[in-house]
Design a protein around this ligand. Structure first.
Ligand code: G
Ligand code: G
Ligand code: MN
Ligand code: NA
Length: 256
């Protein structure tokens, strides 16, 4: 289709852009990192969101190329922010990884290469994988996960709580953190049973030796609840929408 041709051209040339959404340390308000979120600036249709074109990229066999572009753009951006002293060595960039990337041994080599080329510390790069991708995955996926972690990059399970990862599974996976899906916090401040549920999820995650990041925080009430429950990190429109890279330095400077 025309759209697939346009997407192929965009990946090779111009038109794709990453926006960055802050992840905030709840206790201090410090921006501890950002999540890279792709958008497509289509020449005639305007800005297209990933839900519309990621599935298209998968179908058209373009997802690896797209993933390669995202990886190199996001880590390159981090390198620029580091060398411009915009961010310090604790700041991380989170990158969404498709299930296809997880199944590709080439992807591990691409991650290794971009770390070498940029000199970015691996700890400052966090790969987000959906729990669906991991749980449905085969032994090769788990091998790849181990290979990626062996490079020293962080691994985070995205959309946690929407899939079907078993608790025993969670303990065995070579991951560092889970990003709890926003559906788990929507009721904070309105549904009186919600704080107990959030506390239980937090306890479960920590019992597995992991830490949680809470996404979809849209109100001060939700942020206060999470902070009071002892949650460490959160992300959402309440703190900031995803922003073009140029807007991140001022935001980081204002928070520190
Ligand atoms: O930015 P937005 O909330 O519209 O993102 C919608 C979905 O697209 C999310 O599930 C997100 O994980 C996914 N997504 C955003 N950016 C990327 C990307 O760079 N690569 C992949 N594979 N998925 C992405
Ligand atoms: O699946 P993933 O967690 O990668 O998707 C992140 C998506 O969530 C992005 O498309 C981003 O635009 C969106 N998002 C970020 N913060 C909020 C929020 O506070 N509320 C809602 N509804 N969506 C959010
Ligand atoms: Mn994500
Ligand atoms: Na998520």
């Amino acid at each position: 289709s025309q759209l697939v041709d346009d997407l192929r051209a965009a990946i090779k040339g111009q038109g794709l852009v990453l926006h960055y959404q802050p992840v905030v340390e709840l206790a201090t308000g410090r921006i501890e990192g950002v999540e890279a979120l792709i958008r497509w600036n289509h020449p005639s249709r305007g800005l297209i969101m990933p839900d519309e074109f990621i599935p298209l990229a998968e179908e058209a066999g373009l997802i690896s190329e797209l993933g390669f572009w995202v990886l190199n753009t996001a880590v390159g951006q981090l390198r620029d922010w580091i060398s411009d002293s915009v961010v310090d060595s604790r700041f991380s960039v989170r990158i969404n990884i498709s299930p296809t990337d997880l199944q590709s041994l080439q992807f591990i080599e691409d991650v290794r290469a971009v770390l070498t080329e940029t000199g970015v510390r691996p700890e400052q790069v966090v790969l987000e994988l959906t729990e669906m991708a991991i749980v449905k995955g085969n032994d090769l996926d788990r091998y790849s996960l181990g290979g990626l972690r062996g490079l020293g990059v962080g691994i985070e399970i995205d959309d946690f709580g929407t899939g079907y990862s078993s608790i025993s599974y969670l303990r065995k996976l070579p991951v560092d953190r889970v990003k709890v899906d926003r559906s788990l916090i929507v009721g904070l401040g309105t549904d009186p049973t919600q704080p107990a549920l959030v506390a239980a999820v937090l306890q479960l995650v920590r019992a597995c030796g992991l830490e949680a990041v809470w996404e979809g925080v849209e109100t001060a009430v939700q942020a206060d609840h999470l902070r009071n429950l002892g949650c460490l990190s959160a992300q959402g429109y309440f703190f900031s929408r995803p922003l073009p890279a140029e807007q991140i330095p001022a935001l980081v400077a204002a928070q520190s």
